[in-house]
Design a protein around this ligand. Structure first.
Ligand code: SF4
Ligand code: SF4
Length: 300
């Protein structure tokens, strides 16, 4: 069995407790307008072009079977419309201007990397986080990876948008050690507007997540002008009051690091120039959430 992976990030400190290795799977059923990992949304491979990294070596020109790279007046030009995503140019571009996102990997290939840091997981109570994209879009693969980790006594957490019926998702979510899920917008129409999908399944799952007996964390990415209203945070935190196994509700400040990726993929960035919220505003939102009597954290 293989899975489509965009990145394996070792020594990750922000994807769950302790020191972790995060495996990012490709493909997502939502299209959040502010996504800071836009390369993980589509299920297939995608080529990034970082023009400012190009050193004009022209190795890509001879490597490309479809003539998508050209040397014109001594300058490198890239024609994305001709690209067939074969990845040859990324293999010869040592300057890092051409980077391919998405690699078919076996469980054994991934485990070879994961196992190297086992002593760090053990010492820090960390482990592996399966993320995306959306983990549940590669459910069978994520389940096999979870089993392989647990066979090595490595704890597994998953990040998920929770947008699959629990009857389908529980085969994985009921097996892991920690679930980290998003609840972005309380109003379903607004949720659909900004992510492409309504939030009915998410709400239903959150009402039943305690059934699984697995601890979970619920998070809201605080996006300027989208999820950052008092009303949204108050409504979500009020909804979470009954969640007995929830460790805490976390507010994650807007992450602007995705901006160069939009450019490298030749995509429009709807949040170009947007900035994280001031710390004082994050604290204000946290105090609104705290009125629901649930444990709160902020990552500002
Ligand atoms: S291989 Fe990379 S650095 Fe060399 S010309 Fe092509 S894009 Fe530029
Ligand atoms: S991925 Fe393949 S087809 Fe696309 S530009 Fe690179 S070498 Fe050419």
């Amino acid at each position: 069995m293989t899975g489509m992976v965009t990145e394996i990030q070792r020594f990750a400190l922000n994807d769950g407790p302790g020191i972790r290795t995060t495996v990012f799977l490709k493909g997502c059923d939502m299209h959040c307008a502010w996504c800071h990992n836009p390369e993980t949304i589509n299920a297939g491979r995608e080529l990034h072009y970082y023009a400012d990294q190009c050193i004009g070596c022209f190795k890509c020109v001879s490597a490309c079977p479809s003539k998508a790279h050209k040397r014109i007046d001594g300058v490198h030009r890239f024609y994305r419309n001709l690209c067939i995503q074969c990845g040859q140019c990324a293999q010869v571009c040592y300057a890092g201007a051409m980077v391919m996102s998405g690699e078919e990997m076996t469980i054994a290939q991934i485990m070879k990397q994961i196992i190297q840091d086992k002593p760090y997981y053990d010492d820090s109570l960390g482990g592996v986080t399966i993320s995306g994209g959306e983990t549940l879009c590669q459910l069978d693969f994520a389940l096999e990876l979870t089993k392989a980790c647990q066979a090595e006594n490595i704890r597994v957490g998953v990040e998920t948008n929770l947008n699959r019926p629990l009857a389908v998702a529980r085969v994985l979510l009921g097996q892991v050690d920690l679930i980290m899920c998003d609840f972005k917008l309380f109003d379903s129409q607004a949720h659909r507007h900004w992510t492409g999908i309504g939030n009915e399944t998410i709400k239903e799952n959150l009402q039943r997540l305690d059934e699984l007996g697995i601890p979970y964390i619920v998070r809201t990415p605080v996006v300027p002008g989208v999820t950052d209203s008092d009303e949204n945070i108050a409504a979500i935190s009020g909804f979470l009051k009954h969640c007995k196994r929830m460790r805490y509700y976390e507010l994650l400040n807007y992450n602007p690091l995705g901006a160069p990726k939009y450019q490298s993929l030749s995509r429009l960035d709807p949040f170009k120039g947007a900035k994280p919220l001031p710390k004082a505003r994050m604290r204000e939102l946290a105090s609104i959430a705290a009125r629901a009597g649930i444990p709160i954290r902020i990552d500002d």
